[in-house]
Design a binder for this molecule. Structure first.
Ligand code: ZN
Length: 109
């Protein structure tokens, strides 16, 4: 893979990355991070959720990009929950936020 095919500055997004997630983290995958943030899920990665749901699929870099890890090589990737991968704080477990249309209507009176 050449540099033009993968721009590390773009981060974990885009069609190429999603195709890789689909390939390396298929339905039935388990979160392989040493510490999973969602013990209640028993490491099961949940599929069919909205994109970027914390329980949904993602790929974790075994050697972090910041430490010079390869962004797309299979040997540097393992299945992980999106939320585990994003490294969200434990003290603020991600919850379903109300969608904008669920906000109470403005009181214009
Ligand atoms: Zn996890």
């Amino acid at each position: 893979m050449t540099r033009s095919e993968w721009d590390p500055t773009r981060g974990r997004q885009g069609r190429a990355w999603r195709a890789l997630v689909k390939q390396l983290c298929p339905p039935g995958s388990l979160c392989e991070r040493p510490v999973c943030l969602y013990p209640e899920l028993d490491r099961v990665i949940v599929f069919g959720l909205r994109r970027n749901h914390p329980h949904g699929p993602s790929l974790d870099h075994i050697v972090r990009l910041a430490d010079g890890g390869h962004p797309t090589a299979r040997w540097n990737l393992r299945p992980a929950h999106f939320g585990c991968n994003a490294g969200w704080r434990r003290d603020a477990p991600p919850t379903e936020r109300p969608r904008s249309r669920d906000w109470p209507p403005l009181d214009l009176s």
